[in-house]
Design a protein around this ligand. Structure first.
Ligand SMILES: [Zn+2]
Length: 269
């Protein structure tokens, strides 16, 4: 069944792609961003190549710009087709995804569809991950308790925790990125998977505590052995101790995260 877009804040509407799975939760959240009344839209993470999903996105207006939070397939597969259909410029950190526009860099401010979008570099989940702040946004109720929003891609998810996609991803980069996001304070969080969250700083605290706990657990499992991300037996022992409830479908991702943790501990010495 085709999803229907849900306006979550003043500027952002979520259109969920039909690609639910163990790694994508309910599916990829594509965000359509535009100032109220703008006939043009920005599409963030067009998602998988699915005709129905693209048709749903295009209902919101003329696509002026496509932005990517990072290059993973469940976010980027539809970029080329949507750009070809609409003539929109596509921009991402990785130039392989750019069509008619420059690569994004942290600190860039992009103006499109009547909205201002600030790029925050947040490497960690992948080396090319960024988040997008919408300083002019108000949400979700647009009343007194309302605040600007941030599109967090896979750096922060609506449920569960993020995979560190070792070796491209890096836990030390990820922890620095979460610290950077925490300092942005209270922003409405619009993640690429799962539901929206009310407070960026609060969820960053939870993520940092979770990572500290996981690292403590890994330290206790390796108990004096050398932390070597290439040690298959060690990775397996950490999985057995720390990911007892992980369903089969997420085990490859869990192994990647364990290797990222071992790499972090090895660098820490
Ligand atoms: Zn991803």
């Amino acid at each position: 069944m085709m999803s229907t877009g849900r306006r979550l804040t003043r500027l952002a509407t979520c259109v969920r792609a039909p690609n639910a799975g163990p790694m994508t939760l309910d599916g990829t959240n594509t965000y359509v961003v535009r100032a109220p009344g703008s006939p043009r839209v920005v599409v963030v993470d067009p998602g998988p190549l699915d005709e129905g999903h693209l048709a749903e996105i295009e209902r919101f207006g003329t696509v002026e710009l496509i932005l990517l939070t990072h290059g993973h397939h469940d976010h980027s597969d539809a970029v080329a087709q949507l750009a070809a259909k609409t003539g929109a410029v596509a921009r991402a950190v990785d130039e392989r995804w750019c069509i008619g526009g420059d690569p994004l860099r942290g600190g860039d401010v992009v103006a499109a569809a009547g909205a201002e979008i600030e790029v925050v570099a947040t490497p960690g989940h992948t080396s090319d991950s960024v988040c997008f702040v919408l300083p002019g946004d108000a949400g979700p109720d647009q009343g007194a308790g309302s605040c600007p929003s941030i599109l967090t891609g896979d750096t922060i998810l609506g449920r569960g925790t993020t995979v560190i996609a070792h070796p491209d991803g890096s836990l030390s980069n990820y922890l620095s990125s979460i610290e950077r996001l925490r300092r942005l304070g209270r922003l409405h969080v619009l993640p690429a998977h799962g539901p929206a969250l009310p407070d960026l700083a609060a969820i960053c605290e939870i993520y940092l505590a979770h990572r500290r706990d996981k690292l403590e657990l890994v330290r206790s499992v390796i108990s004096g052995r050398r932390a070597d991300p290439g040690d298959v037996d060690l990775v397996q022992r950490v999985i057995a101790a720390a990911y007892t409830h992980a369903p089969e479908g997420v085990l490859p991702a869990a192994r990647a995260s364990v290797r990222a943790q071992l790499e972090y501990l090895a660098l820490e010495g």
